[in-house]
Write a protein that binds this ligand. Sequence first.
Ligand code: ZN
Ligand code: ZN
Length: 123
Amino acid sequence: MLCPACVKEMAVIEVSDVEIDWCASCGGIWLDEGELELLSGEKDTSNPVNKALKTGQGRTGNKNCPVCAKKMNSTELPVVPPVEVDVCPLRHGIWLDKGELEKIMVCLKNDELGKLISSTFKA
Ligand SMILES: [Zn+2]
Ligand SMILES: [Zn+2]
């Protein structure tokens, strides 16, 4: 799969039994649909973060989905401070810039996984 930010081949890395695509060049992470819930263990769809990801509302961003090449939506997640992620309008998954996954994990109260992720992807 090609990185939507720098169009380089991404590496597949396993974190907590979930295979995620990681770009060694920019540090961004692609999560297929449902992988964030798997990682965080937070399946509650009424959780504001999950809800925002499911709706995927937002302005059209400038990155293309690595699966279908459609322009993704910049969706602001209701965390503090807000994190803006790119969501495929066809729900293929989400794109996180470097460091955003850790922020989301901490906001989902999964500090342990946040630490594991930052040590896995430290560059
Ligand atoms: Zn990249
Ligand atoms: Zn897509």
